[in-house]
Design a protein around this ligand. Structure first.
Ligand SMILES: Nc1ncnc2c1ncn2[C@@H]1O[C@H](COP(=O)(O)OP(=O)(O)OP(=O)(O)O)[C@@H](O)[C@H]1O
Ligand SMILES: O=C(O)[C@@H](O)C(=O)CO
Length: 418
């Protein structure tokens, strides 16, 4: 393995794996830290953790353990992937994990670059924009777990770190390779181990990627990986082999546990043309709706690729959280979807599409997936996946905010056919 990646959630991991596979690296996504060695032909490995919102010490310990495993596989560069909207609180976890990795790897300086232009995330003078709007005005200020109330990424990260955080502004990035390398060397000389780097377009990310070919540690969203495969290709290290993904054949279903605005619009578009079962928190909490009931409902309509969804608007979500507790209702719904996914896979469903990061984590864990082969991109940041493990199902894991309105139809087609 050449490039070792640590992702702080499951959908983020497949977003990054998608970029690396598109860049021509033989890429695998691992679910947690594997017990044994990676397959010998894996050039980029992405270890998917669920560490975005766990206590800081747990996130650091899990990330360091993933780093050790990746180093043992021969990786010469480590990439720490977090969300393109920099999802974190003032306490962490991005800063503490990044600093622990800097220390472990003896890195001079690591870039901090959440930029992902294809989904509208750009960074200018250290300020993060989502679709042209400042992060703190983009809706992310209302995120239930990691409200992003400050768009100044250097300032936000500084709350989380022991050391000072640097900045390589766009005026430098636009000058290209040499200027970026010089600026990063200056940050290192000044003792700044983390430097936020501006970028507004893919070309900027390619230039930054070229300039950090020799870096021991890279941190960012999936965009920062755009230029990395070329560094390995130039050294003649890439085989040019495919990723090992093959499409599935058989019936399909969709699960949506994401309540984001985009997910709710996608659910509406999908259920206008396919059967849909809306699942209410009250029913799940009270036992009126069980995974078995939903399973029977799906199986009666299986020829039409039905969807089961709990996606609801913010007022309904808030009401359910107030009634039962935020963690309790999330756990119950995630458990419900995990159980449903196992029943569907065991009944021979060949293709399953899941909406929502936490929901995806619950489903993938319940299915006991060990690793994924990466298939074609469905929409920016979301690839088709072929699972290895006790249930070799084809899956797509969609981040809440990603995907076009017709995402679910496109995803089912990308996963195979009936
Ligand atoms: N109707 C509902 N009421 C309350 N909570 C819900 C409801 N439906 C889903 N949930 C919970 O809300 C959370 C949704 O998080 P999830 O990560 O799956 O989606 P997301 O936040 O939109 O996606 P991402 O993390 O990729 O941006 C889950 O824990 C889910 O169980
Ligand atoms: O970077 C992103 O926005 C996504 O890959 C993600 O991490 C969603 O949870």
């Amino acid at each position: 393995m050449l490039l070792g990646c640590i992702a702080d959630d499951f959908t983020g991991a497949s977003d990054l794996a998608n970029t690396l596979a598109k860049g021509g690296m033989a890429t695998m996504q691992f679910v947690g830290i594997p017990d044994g060695a990676a397959p010998a032909d894996c050039e980029a490995g992405v270890v998917a953790l669920k560490s975005r919102t766990v206590p800081v010490a747990d996130a650091v310990a899990q990330s360091l353990a993933a780093c050790e495993w990746l180093l043992a596989q021969g990786c010469t560069q480590i990439l720490f992937k977090y969300c393109s909207t920099f999802d974190s609180t003032k306490e962490g976890n991005i800063g503490p994990v990044a600093e622990a990795l800097v220390e472990r790897l003896g890195a001079d300086v690591a870039v901090v670059c959440p930029v992902f232009p294809a989904t509208g995330r750009t960074l200018f003078n250290g300020h993060l924009f989502v679709g042209g709007v400042l992060l703190s005005e983009s809706g992310m200020q209302n995120h239930p777990l990691t409200p992003m109330t400050d768009p100044d990424i250097r300032r936000w990260l500084s709350h989380q770190t022991k050391g000072e955080v640097g900045l390589v502004p766009f005026s430098v990035v636009r000058q290209g390779f040499d200027a970026i390398q010089l600026a990063l060397a200056d940050e290192a000389k000044a003792g700044r181990r983390l430097a936020v780097v501006d970028a507004v377009a893919d070309d900027d990310l390619l230039a930054i990627g070229g300039a950090i070919g020799g870096a021991k540690l890279v941190t960012g969203g999936s965009g920062i990986a755009l230029g990395l495969p070329e560094n390995f290709r130039k050294k003649g290290l890439l085989s040019g082999r495919g990723t090992g993904f093959t499409p599935g054949r058989g019936s399909a279903a969709v699960i949506s546990g994401s309540c984001s605005t985009q997910s709710r619009a996608q659910v509406k578009a999908y259920t206008a043309r396919h059967p849909g079962l809306a699942v209410m928190p009250d029913e799940v909490m009270g036992g009126a709706m069980t995974a078995k009931k939903a399973f029977d409902h799906v199986m009666e309509r299986i020829g039409h690729a039905p969807m089961v969804y709990s996606s609801a608007d913010p007022a309904e979500v808030k009401a359910a959280q107030e009634r039962y507790g935020k963690a309790e209702v999330a756990e119950a719904i995630e458990g419900f979807f995990g159980e449903l996914a196992v029943m569907l896979a065991d009944a021979g469903i060949a293709r399953l599409v899941v909406g929502g990061g936490e929901t995806s984590g619950a489903v993938v864990t319940a299915l006991e997936v060990e690793r994924f082969h990466i298939g074609p991109e469905i929409d920016p940041g979301v690839p088709a996946l072929a699972a290895e493990g006790p249930r070799p199902i084809r899956l797509a894991l969609k981040s809440g905010n990603f995907g076009a309105l017709d995402f679910y139809d496109k995803a089912l087609a990308a996963l195979g056919d009936a």
